[in-house]
Design a protein around this ligand. Structure first.
Ligand code: 8F2
Ligand code: ZN
Length: 262
């Protein structure tokens, strides 16, 4: 995966991705604009259950597209289950998408409104697949939990992430990041919308069961600003391109149904 041929700029951004990744124009692309009143309330949709108590974070990294925290996924120590999922899905990593100063940067939107940022907790079906890569390229191999970030009061735990961002300023930097449990980032209610979609970055595989939580987490403008101290470029490169607006805009629904938990 040489992720360096795509980006979020004018020439290599989302509108150009279909050149190298034709699935970009596919029938189940993500993100989407969610219309709550058109979502089908499904009483059979149970609650989302997160068993993260024995989760093991490994490191935090700048992969040139976002800041990513990776987890140990060699067993079922941290899984998501319930809701629309038939199996437990293992937590692999989480990362964020955000905007520029004062601009919004979520990927999913709600009735055309975008949030300041969006957190993605990426899980894979280790019951049906042997590796993340295999799951990520097969329908419903992944389950991504999306959490909106809205600006307001300071988030009491997000500093554990933002305080580490200076150590991964440049693309390709990785530092140890142990003992972090992302459960501390979740809003109080896990009511959600769910639909079948794709990765929102190349290779845009149509392999994702999306679970988008309705209630945003509240973070301060100051905390969000720290994400913008990262750069897309490597330390050895001349230019320093600020990492911001790393979001794909909403894609066509193409007849898909969005279901709503209660
Ligand atoms: N935004 S998202 O849809 O939630 C998303 C989910 C997973 C991934 C992911 O884990 N990876 C692996 C790291 C990676 C690095 C890249 O440079 C890149 O272009 C894509 C990824 C994706 C990825 C997923 C599946 C196959 C290959 C790569 C990325 C984004
Ligand atoms: Zn993402």
């Amino acid at each position: 995966m040489t992720g360096n041929q795509w980006g979020y700029g004018k020439d290599d951004g989302p509108s150009a991705w279909n050149t190298n990744y034709p699935v970009a124009d596919g029938d189940r692309q993500s993100p989407i604009d969610i219309l709550p009143h058109q979502a089908r309330h499904d009483p059979n949709l149970g609650p989302i259950v997160l068993n993260y108590d024995r989760c093991t974070s490994i490191n935090i990294a700048n992969n040139g597209h976002s800041v990513v925290v990776e987890f140990e996924d060699s067993d079922d120590r941290s899984v998501i289950q319930g809701g629309p999922l038939d199996n437990p899905y293992r937590l692999k990593q989480f990362h964020f998408h955000w905007g520029g100063k004062g601009c919004h940067g979520s990927e999913h939107t709600v009735e055309g409104n975008s949030y300041a940022s969006e957190l993605h907790l990426v899980h894979w079906n280790a019951v049906k697949f042997k590796t993340f890569g295999e799951a990520a390229s097969t329908s419903d191999g992944l389950a991504v939990l999306g959490i909106f970030l809205e600006t307001g009061d300071e988030h009491r735990w997000l500093h554990m992430i933002t305080d580490a961002l200076y150590t991964v300023k440049f693309k390709g930097s990785v530092t140890d990041f142990k003992g972090f449990n992302p459960k501390c980032l979740l809003p109080s209610s896990l009511h959600y919308w769910t639909y079948l979609g794709s990765l929102t970055t190349p290779p845009l595989h149509e392999s994702v069961i999306w679970i988008v939580v309705k209630e945003p987490m509240i973070v301060s403008e100051k905390q969000l600003g720290k994400f913008r101290t990262l750069v897309f470029t490597g330390e050895e490169e001349d230019e320093r391109t600020r990492m911001e607006n790393n979001f794909r805009p909403p894609q066509l629904l193409k007849g898909r149904t969005v279901r709503s938990s209660n």
